[in-house]
Design a protein around this ligand. Structure first.
Ligand code: ADP
Length: 216
């Protein structure tokens, strides 16, 4: 398939779709990306790892998460990975922002990350397409407002927040496609990347990319 180029030597790699070199899939750790901005699937408090842990423990829908399972889930959260890689100054700036509503997005510096900025967006808990769509659109608003041109999104809400992976991917791809087709947005960005961390998301995205961004 000429439309897909994958680095087969490593577990991470870039997959580009021919229709539009501005959209790509990256398979691997978002904290490794040298890009204008990475998006964080943040929690409302914006308090990184610790705050997220408290919120989940106190949330009635998640009381089943206990002990070592909680530790494992925490370790696999993109929020925790971003804060660990950026260092404590990121948390300081996040705290000063005073939280973020579900579906909204706020921007901070990237500190020790190779990315220049982090856009923190709060995904819905469970399936809520309007709210998830809003995360992608508000993040892109932040990108343009700050005159940035490249961004990588993780699979927002599909981890601890439990949004079904295939349905979340559809919302994400539809939102980005429609955004690119609106006004002159396409000329304002260089690269929109979907950062996939789990094998199941790679399968879902590779299939849906053909549908939303087919090869020409
Ligand atoms: P949410 O609470 O919004 O569900 P999570 O952090 O639990 O957020 O999960 C969102 C997605 O981020 C999941 O697909 C998870 O596998 C993925 N993820 C976890 N760590 C990383 C990372 N370092 N880079 C990119 N994606 C990651």
């Amino acid at each position: 398939n000429k439309c897909l180029q994958k680095d087969s030597d490593t577990s991470s790699g870039l997959v580009q779709h021919g229709i539009n070199k501005k959209i790509s899939l990256f398979i691997g750790d978002i904290t490794a990306l040298e890009i204008d901005a990475i998006v964080n699937a943040a929690k409302k408090s914006l308090r990184g790892g610790g705050g997220a842990l408290n919120q989940i423990q106190h949330s009635s829908c998640c009381t089943w998460i206990t002990g070592s399972r909680m530790m494992k889930i925490m370790f696999n959260m993109v929020d925790g990975a971003i804060h660990r890689a950026a260092g404590p100054s990121l948390l300081e700036e996040c705290i000063a922002l005073g939280g973020c509503n579900t579906g909204d997005a706020k921007i901070t510096g990237g500190y020790k990350l190779p990315a220049k900025y982090v856009i923190h967006t709060v995904g819905p808990i469970g399936e809520n397409p309007e709210s998830l769509r809003s995360c992608y659109l508000k993040s892109l608003d932040q990108l343009l407002e700050n005159k940035l041109e490249s961004v990588a999104f993780p699979c927002i809400s599909t981890g601890v927040y439990g949004y079904p992976n295939d349905k979340a991917a559809e919302v994400a791809l539809k939102a980005i496609k429609e955004w690119l087709e609106t006004d002159d947005n396409i000329s304002k960005v260089q690269c929109i990347m979907f950062c996939l961390f789990l094998e199941k998301d790679v399968k879902v995205y590779e299939e849906l990319m053909q549908q939303y961004f087919p090869c020409t």
